[in-house]
Design a protein around this ligand. Structure first.
Ligand SMILES: [Zn+2]
Ligand SMILES: [Zn+2]
Length: 163
């Protein structure tokens, strides 16, 4: 979905729902992906953009069925991944130079866009990718693997001596 930022009226929220085909999600994850997630179906989402004059408030709820690998035990699993996003969009040219834009882009809650169009899909895909790269566990109580023999400790203890 592409939103024409300059068409948003001041303070009047713009709401829309759409979906991103699984093929497009996987294309993105493969190109930009830090982890090894794979979409098993389309990402569905709804977004609200509110023009505040100097910036745009951006809110999104998304859902996508994913095949994932646990970052602790390495086990593959699937999950209906859901995420709520709240971001502040600032027009890129309202910053003095490229350096400042970079600095702002490091701030997780603020992202820049270029007029006139804002690419919603890319922001959503990037956010999912970053979120999953931080930590992705098959379960909160995942025991991981034995560093000595490699046994998946969720499936039972290994016989390595415990020090
Ligand atoms: Zn695990
Ligand atoms: Zn062991």
């Amino acid at each position: 979905m592409i939103v024409q930022i300059d068409k948003l009226s001041i303070s009047k929220p713009f709401t829309a729902s759409s979906e991103i085909p699984a093929e497009r999600c996987n294309e993105y994850f493969a190109e930009m992906g830090l982890g090894d997630e794979k979409a098993l179906g389309p990402m569905t989402y709804s977004v609200t953009l509110t023009n505040r004059g100097k910036h745009i408030d951006f809110e999104a709820d998304l859902k996508v069925p994913l095949a994932l690998s646990c970052s602790r035990c390495g086990q593959d699993f699937t999950r209906d991944f859901e995420m709520h996003l709240q971001l502040k969009l600032v027009e890129a040219s309202s910053f003095g130079n490229a350096e400042e834009i970079e600095l702002k882009a490091d701030d997780l809650d603020t992202i820049t866009y270029r007029l006139p169009n804002f690419l919603v899909d890319d922001i959503l895909l990037e956010s999912v990718d970053l979120e999953l790269d931080e930590q992705c566990l098959c379960s909160e109580s995942c025991k991981g693997v034995c560093f000595n023999c490699g046994q998946n400790l969720n499936l039972g203890d290994c016989s390595c001596p415990k020090s």
